[in-house]
Design a protein around this ligand. Structure first.
Ligand code: GLN
Ligand code: ZN
Length: 759
């Protein structure tokens, strides 16, 4: 009777094999056949891992060469016009990455994860047709191994909801055209075997649903359920509760409902109606998107509570979401302390956890064999040790953070800014950049050589200082007014700080797919956070010593540090973020004491941390804004605080941004087609602001005229006294050959405008 269920598995490979072969293929260093060979091997390996761990429901079609939403577009034949003359892998990768003649399709974050999907482009003129080959092939590949899989697909309501209409209508108007393709798909799938399970993912149900979407749920799932009697539909949601949809789905013929009890414990409220419907319940009780060893006792308790309402025989023990969002395996972690390693569990280890939880849940602890008994004991012991460990708990930090009540800086923003302008003496339309300058191969090599003890500390520091010297010299020569040191010492804006804070851990191989072949390796917060010594002061003061202009200090904000790390699960996120904030406030104080007059505190991931559910936004904003303010609370009136954000969907959060109380904010603007300017026009903004005047994501050098025009647009919505002139974001991904002429043109453009205005 024991049944357990994995929503989906990572595909990039435990050694990022898929990444490697894809990048070789794109660089024309291998053939597509080679890609297919690696892909097949990975799929086979991943299925076997799951089978050997005792997983009952293993997926096919969770694999992808780039992204599952893109696969869904291909499956539906939803190909944008500019790619329609292409076919096969040429078509596929052109849609994902663009080609010589066409830009790539847009990419955006998958709900509140750091995974990016390819946004479908739909139009009322489209005609759709089914291409089920990938799905069928993958099913049969697994079958050859003797593994009968469930087939994963993204549901039509989520697919449409995440699409954009190039002809500007509502994507749901295309429901009539898209649903028949799904029906056709199910029909074809139904002949693959006597009985088939299809996992249809509808994560959009975890958001607030409007009446239009709600009205589509019943007809969609009635029609899909009626395609064939040998298909069982498991309707799966994750990342939040989906109670509104559940109320409707229980009245459709779907076979099972999968819900996430960890990131949406409100799902517990739906237990009764699920029980009454007699449907199976896939209970997401093991976290699929964190790195912590599951507390098996806790999962069992949760399952026990669930089974008080839903019959045990109707329960499947599941992962809370696809394991795609966690790193692959701990087995290559050789440098991590063995104590900490015992607290962790990545995708491969989670398989054993889920399997074990379901064995105990269904068979009781007494009937376990010796191996499993031992696994359980190890689990209980590791979790006990973690709770008590001195590595985690630092009384001094806890006391200090608890007693830190200063949230507000002195003076109103208006007073402060007036005061700062007097002291700093910058002109209207003052020019600056966002922080980083090109990360050259030489720099990367120096950093990695230093990390691997191949070069001495002195040699490494000399290398960094040389870079800073050149960077400062270039900025002076170019005529920029507020300078930066260029961030040569940072590989990553979060990792750099994590490495210097107590309470932070790192992996060697904890890669998580971010988009396509791109992976990130987030650090993790396991304990109370404190700052043993200053983190940036030496570099910044060195840079300042090289110029008489103002050198901007450069920090990453508490919310971004938190959002781009795996966070401990034994403390609310808001408390962890407060600890980071207090540490940063000390850094700011050290910087100003060292004579630094402007300090930028980047919050690139502030927006990304927003909850999926509207009723939780207030609570998030409350601690996120508070902690940014705590971080800058040590800044004296005359120390100017900047912040930077690289996205422009500001409509709903502009007032929240203002509440953060930074004196100056720089924001992405040019890249997103000046959307932001409308908001400034409609809502206004009180403090100083630098809306990016050119997009740094492309190698193109913007012309002087183009930037002049952009500045003119800014001046239409904001007075010159309020404006800073800067690029959209940091320049680290660009080359010097692109950066130099671009910034020269930017300064030139400002000179033209100033001259005209007689400034
Ligand atoms: N200061 C950082 C940089 O310039 C900001 C990066 C970001 O916003 N993502 O690289
Ligand atoms: Zn940015």
């Amino acid at each position: 009777m024991s049944k357990n269920y994995i929503v989906g598995f990572p595909r990039i490979g435990e050694q990022r094999e898929l990444k490697r072969v894809l990048e070789e293929f794109w660089a024309n260093k291998c053939s597509f056949k080679d890609v297919e060979i690696v892909a097949k091997e990975l799929k086979n390996r991943h299925w076997k891992y799951q089978r050997d761990a005792g997983v009952d429901f293993i997926s096919s079609n969770d694999f992808s060469l780039y992204d599952n939403m893109l696969d869904t577009s291909i499956m539906l034949g939803a190909i944008p016009k500019r790619f329609q003359h292409l076919s096969d892998e040429e078509l596929y990768f052109a849609m994902a990455r663009g080609n010589a003649s066409s830009v790539a399709m847009e990419m955006t974050k998958w709900f509140n994860t750091n995974y990016h999907y390819i946004v479908p482009e739909l139009s009322v003129e489209d005609s759709y047709s089914l291409n089920a080959s990938k799905i069928i092939d993958e099913y049969n590949e697994a079958k050859e191994l003797g593994i009968k899989t469930k087939i994963n697909i993204i549901g039509p309501i989520t697919y449409l909801g995440l699409s954009k209409r190039v002809d500007r209508g509502d994507a749901y108007e295309l429901w009539n055209k898209v649903l028949p393709i799904y029906e056709e798909l199910l029909k074809i799938i139904s002949i693959l075997d006597d009985e088939i399970t299809i996992q249809i993912e509808e994560p959009i149900f975890a958001r607030e649903l409007n009446t239009k979407i709600l009205s589509l749920i019943k007809p969609t799932y009635e029609r899909l359920s009626n395609v064939s009697s040998n298909i069982k539909i498991a309707l799966v949601t994750y990342f939040e509760h989906s109670n509104e949809a559940t109320k409707i789905l229980v009245h459709t013929p779907v076979w099972a409902l999968g819900v996430d009890f960890l990131h949406g414990d409100e799902n517990l409220q739906s237990l009764e109606i699920i029980a009454n419907s007699g449907k199976k319940l896939i209970a997401g009780v093991v976290d699929g998107r964190n790195i912590w060893r599951c507390d098996i006792t806790k999962s069992l308790k949760l399952l026990k509570n669930i089974s008080k309402v839903v019959k045990k025989e109707n329960i499947l023990v599941g992962s809370s979401c696809s394991l795609l969002h966690s790193p692959f395996t701990l087995k290559y972690e050789e440098k991590m302390s063995s104590e900490i390693k015992k607290w962790l569990s990545f995708a491969l280890e989670k398989l054993d956890e889920i399997s074990l939880v379901s064995k105990i849940f269904f068979y009781t602890q007494q009937s376990l064999n010796e191996v499993r008994k031992e696994m359980l004991e190890r689990n209980i012991k590791a979790n006990k040790n973690r709770k008590k460990s001195t590595l985690i708990h630092d009384k001094t930090v806890q006391e200090r953070v608890k007693n830190h009540t200063k949230v507000q800086r002195e003076g109103s923003a208006k007073e402060r800014i007036a005061h700062q302008r007097e002291i700093l003496g910058y002109k209207d339309l003052v020019t600056t950049t966002i922080g980083s300058f090109p990360q050259t191969p030489q720099l990367r090599k120096a950093r990695s050589d230093f990390k691997n003890s191949l070069i001495s500390k002195e040699r490494y520091e000399k290398e960094i200082k040389n870079y800073i010297d050149d960077c400062v010299a270039f900025q002076e020569e170019c005529g920029l007014e507020v300078l930066v040191h260029g961030e040569p010492e940072r590989n990553d804006m979060v990792e750099y700080f994590g490495e210097q804070l107590n309470g932070y851990g790192f992996t060697q191989n904890g890669w998580v797919q971010s988009y396509g072949s791109r992976c990130v390796k987030p650090p993790f917060i396991y304990g109370d956070i404190s700052r043993p010594k200053s983190m940036t002061v030496d570099w910044i003061t060195y840079a300042q010593s090289k110029t008489s202009k103002i050198m901007k200090g450069m920090l990453t904000g508490p919310v971004t540090i938190l959002n781009w790390s795996f966070v401990r699960d034994d403390m609310p996120r808001g408390e962890v973020s407060k600890q980071i904030a207090v540490a940063l406030s000390d850094e700011i104080d050290d910087l100003q004491k060292a004579g630094i007059k402007i300090i930028q505190v980047d919050e690139a991931a502030f927006k990304e941390g927003y909850p999926l559910r509207e009723d939780k936004i207030k609570a998030y904003e409350a601690w996120a804004v508070r902690d940014f303010k705590i971080a800058i609370s040590s800044a004296k009136k005359e120390t100017q605080i900047h912040t930077h954000m690289c996205y422009s969907e500001f409509n709903d959060i502009i007032n929240t941004i203002e509440d953060m109380d930074a004196d100056v904010i720089s924001i992405e603007t040019a890249r997103s087609g000046n959307e932001l300017l409308k908001i400034f026009k409609e809502v206004g903004y009180k403090n100083e602001v630098g809306p990016g005047v050119y997009d740094i994501h492309s190698p193109r050098v913007p012309s002087v005229e183009e930037i002049v025009k952009q500045i003119e647009l800014l001046l239409e919505v904001l007075p010159k006294e309020q404006l800073w002139i800067n690029p959209d974001c940091g320049l680290k991904t660009r080359k010097w050959e692109e950066v130099k002429p671009s910034l020269k043109n930017m300064v030139e453009a400002v000179n033209i405008i100033r001259e005209r205005a007689g400034l």
